[in-house]
Design a protein around this ligand. Structure first.
Ligand SMILES: CC(C)[C@H](C(=O)O)[C@@H](O)C(=O)O
Ligand code: SF4
Length: 415
């Protein structure tokens, strides 16, 4: 019996001819990523690590340090990187949200295994990488031994057809899938099919990132010419992508007609079976509009936001916050004039950080407030008060709604 994409990848990295659901495999890990929060909590440096070239440290969740606890973590991270010769240390100034930094530095490679202490590590599945968020203790162990184990889960195949319409983004695709199919706990997601070519890399990243919200194990995309070109532009070569066998066995195959999709919104609480086309929640008043996070703080997201906001003004009483996903995105968005457009419209551009996305700093939402966010999670209390309501939508929908002050279909504002 043939193997799915992730089964192929794990079998190869485990050095066995084949694996099937239920098997437990020990695999070599190609890249192990630590985030700043590890150093701000209990941190006991190991006496040796497996390979400093297979470790990256990214300062992201709490930069610049919003608390004394975080301020104590920074020097620990710096000392650790220096002591162990970890050159891939993305300190404040080279920083950004880890999944963005990993991607833009070509550290997520097709056919390889990537582990990190953050639950959205599945983001790198967009690059045909077996990427998984693991607990800090397991990632610590990987850093010391170079390997980990996974139990192989069954795979759901998304067979994409048609073309994604302009004005519909990866966020809309994800919100639709989450609404239609709900959770994928203990299952892998695989994306491919003739429609994949119409989904650009930034949108694939959004979809792969948000696989965490439906509790998937791995979420991997087929390696096609769009991916190969993206990697070539970043100097990433010499990889071996993994594709499924023609007779692979799936727990479910879902045929998706991309051309039928429209802008979507998830209502507060969850993304699972809780989305609606924007038209069904239009006119809901908002207090805060947020564009950012590892899912939607990419350069293309800022370009879209700037194009909606250019020549328009944020509605009175609405706070529009825009957080680039990395310092590199920030600098490029500045060079291209996007930040100017956002600020001219009355938006606030923040430093690159996880900040508002997880309700920690730089945009905490208060009691009774309504936030429309392009970030990753909308559960109660995620962005601050448990008495706030969080709706989730694409950067285009968030920008358009910031202008009108109510949830709005972006196609109405830009038409
Ligand atoms: C705080 C951090 C470890 C967490 C995660 O694991 O995902 C955060 O990034 C989030 O999105 O909730
Ligand atoms: S941006 Fe949000 S979802 Fe992504 S890693 Fe940071 S806190 Fe988690």
């Amino acid at each position: 019996m043939g193997m799915t994409m992730i089964e192929k990848l794990l079998a190869r990295k485990a050095g066995v001819p084949s694996v099937r659901p239920g098997d437990t495999v020990t695999v070599e890990v190609d890249m192990c990523v630590l985030i700043d929060l590890q150093f701000a909590t209990v941190w006991l440096p190991p006496s040796r690590i497996h390979d400093p070239d297979k470790v990256a440290i990214v300062m992201d969740h709490a930069v610049p340090a919003p608390s004394l606890k975080d301020a104590e973590g920074g020097p620990r991270a710096r000392r650790f990187a220096a002591d162990f010769g970890i050159s891939r240390f993305f300190d404040v100034g080279r920083h950004g949200i880890c999944h963005q930094v990993i991607a833009e530095n070509g550290l997520a490679r097709p056919g390889e295994v990537l582990a990190c202490t953050d639950s959205h590590t599945c983001a790198a599945g967009a690059y045909n990488t077996a990427a998984r968020g693991l607990g800090p203790a397991e990632v610590y162990s990987i850093m010391c031994t170079g390997s980990t184990w996974f139990q192989v889960a069954p795979t759901i195949r998304y067979e994409l057809h048609g073309g994604k319409p302009d004005g519909v983004s990866g966020k809309d695709v994800f919100l639709y899938l989450a609404d239609e199919y709900g959770d994928a706990t203990n299952q892998n997601l695989e994306f491919g099919g003739p429609g994949l070519v119409s989904i650009p890399m930034n949108d694939r990243r959004t979809i792969a990132t948000q696989a965490a919200e439906v509790s998937a194990d791995f979420a991997t995309f087929a390696a096609d010419d769009v991916l190969h070109e993206f990697l070539a532009e970043r100097g990433v070569t010499g990889y071996a992508a993994a594709g499924p066998d023609p007779d692979a066995s799936y727990v479910d195959t879902r045929e998706i007609d991309l051309s039928a999709l429209e802008p979507y919104v998830a209502r507060p609480g969850t993304v699972s079976h809780n989305g609606v086309p924007v038209s069904q929640v239009e006119a809901r008043r908002i207090d805060q509009a947020f564009i950012g996070s590892c899912a939607n703080g990419q350069l293309e997201d800022l370009r879209i936001a700037a194009s909606v906001l250019r020549g328009r003004t944020v509605a009175p009483g609405v706070r529009l916050l825009v957080t680039p996903a990395s310092q590199e995105v920030y600098r490029e968005a500045m060079r291209l004039g996007y930040l100017q457009d956002i600020a001219d419209a009355g938006g606030v551009v923040t430093n690159s950080t996880c900040g508002a996305c997880f309700g920690y700093h730089m945009g905490v939402v208060g009691p009774g407030e309504v936030c429309l966010t392009s970030s990753t999670r909308n559960f109660t209390g995620r962005m601050g008060s448990t008495e706030a309501e969080i709706y989730m939508a694409s950067p285009a929908t968030v920008a358009a709604s910031a202008v009108t002050g109510v949830i709005t279909d972006p196609r109405e504002v830009t038409a």
